[in-house]
Write a protein that binds this ligand. Structure first.
Ligand code: SF4
Ligand code: SF4
Length: 386
């Protein structure tokens, strides 16, 4: 094995120096941290902010933190948050007006945003960011706020060394090994004797950062250990989703009774869309203050599960839960491909874990393929026996 990607090794103390250097260069560090009984993405100060020695158990509708037996810094998978909450915030003003004697004046559009450094971005989430790039910056109508945040963001990715029961990135070809779209990609190597990172630069600025902190050149043994980490994550993948001819599967099953079956379970709560790192639907709301002197226009996340989302000309087009779930899953896995040339799903499993009634996108696809609502069949998928 040759180190043709110029991979280096960082001791844990060197990783601390990496965070400090990014901070000293004006980056706001955001990364995984433990809060509200979950691992979430928030602003972090230093290595101590990470969920050291914690992991999680995930299943359909279930999430629980567990202590690990080691001091791994990234020994877990994805939680309820994704990076879209920083690049495409849940709610923000996009226009501010003030009254003048002649009418209204538009105030300066100030969308200065922090220069983020995202610490610990998983491969599925790198793909999700690339999908949202296509949506927000890939065409004639760009979102300048998203674009500004995205261009300034420094990405430290982490290769997964384990997979959750709800993960299926291997099926979606989005992981578990990061391949592109990062500034630095780390692999955490931890066992009885070792605890260090391999680090690979994915951009010139990533290369400059790695050159500025203490490191040693990675040996073949280090590269083998790093490969073993991602191989372990692949072998632990808890779910599978068969993507064969998936567009036609959905387009040919618009009237399948399976949609009635899922509607009996779905609460139309929209959790799946809010937790999903690729969902981008939004709404616009105009507000004024009580004096009538100032007005603002706000852009906020919305969901195809809300009744108002399809309200047009005095009627809600998708008035039933059946039609909303069918719309969501058909867009994710079929019409997204026509619209953006990719799947809308990266296999992160968040919609499975955070659905309060445990509806599982992989199980619903399997039922559609088998044209069968047999619950035993679905349990087989839930146990990774697909
Ligand atoms: S549809 Fe579900 S599994 Fe796919 S990207 Fe969204 S949250 Fe993740
Ligand atoms: S599938 Fe689950 S998370 Fe999504 S709207 Fe229905 S009940 Fe809520």
């Amino acid at each position: 094995m040759s180190n043709d990607r110029n991979t280096v090794c960082l001791e844990i103390s060197d990783f601390s120096k990496l965070l400090a250097l990014l901070k000293s260069q004006g980056h706001l560090l955001v990364g995984p941290t433990k809060a509200n009984n979950a691992i979430v993405y928030e602003e972090i100060e230093n290595i101590e902010s990470l969920p050291i020695g914690w992991t999680e158990e995930q299943e359909a509708g279930t999430y629980a933190l567990r202590k690990r037996e080691d001091k791994a810094l990234f020994g877990y998978n994805v939680g309820p948050h994704s990076w879209k909450k920083f690049l495409f915030p849940p709610s923000e003003p996009i226009l501010k007006l003030t009254k003048t004697k002649d009418g209204f004046k538009v105030l300066d559009d100030d969308y200065t945003t922090p220069k983020y450094a995202f610490i610990g971005v998983r491969s599925c989430d790198l793909h999700a960011i690339q999908i949202q790039d296509r949506v927000f910056t890939g065409d004639t109508h760009k979102n300048p706020r998203y674009q500004s945040r995205r261009e300034n963001a420094f990405i430290v990715a982490i290769n997964c060394g384990q997979a959750a029961n709800t993960c299926f990135c291997s099926s979606m070809k989005t992981g578990p090994k990061v391949e592109a779209g990062f500034d630095i990609a780390l692999t955490e190597i931890i066992n009885d004797k070792d605890h260090y990172f391999t680090a690979e630069a994915g951009s010139e600025r990533g290369n400059e950062i790695l050159k500025s902190i203490p490191h040693r050149h990675a040996t073949d043994t280090d590269l083998t250990k790093a490969d073993e980490c991602t191989a372990r994550a692949s072998s632990e993948m808890g779910r599978k989703l068969d993507t064969t001819d998936i567009k036609n599967l959905f387009y040919e099953n618009y009237d399948n009774p399976i949609w009635e079956d899922v509607a009996k379970r779905c609460l139309s709560c929209a959790n799946c869309t809010l937790a999903c790192p690729t969902c981008f639907c939004s709404k616009i709301e105009d507000t004024t203050d009580l004096t009538g002197e100032h007005a603002e226009r706000w852009l906020s996340w919305d969901s195809c599960f809300s009744a108002d989302f399809s309200y047009i000309h005095d009627t809600t087009i998708r008035s039933s839960t059946k039609s909303r779930y069918r719309q969501w899953i058909t867009h994710k896995l079929a019409s997204w491909i026509d619209q953006f040339d990719t799947s809308g799903c990266v296999g992160c499993g968040r919609c499975i874990t955070w659905c309060p009634v445990g509806i599982d996108i992989t199980a619903e696809v399997k039922k559609l393929r088998h044209n069968d609502g047999n619950d035993d069949d679905v349990k087989g998928v839930s146990n990774g026996q697909n």
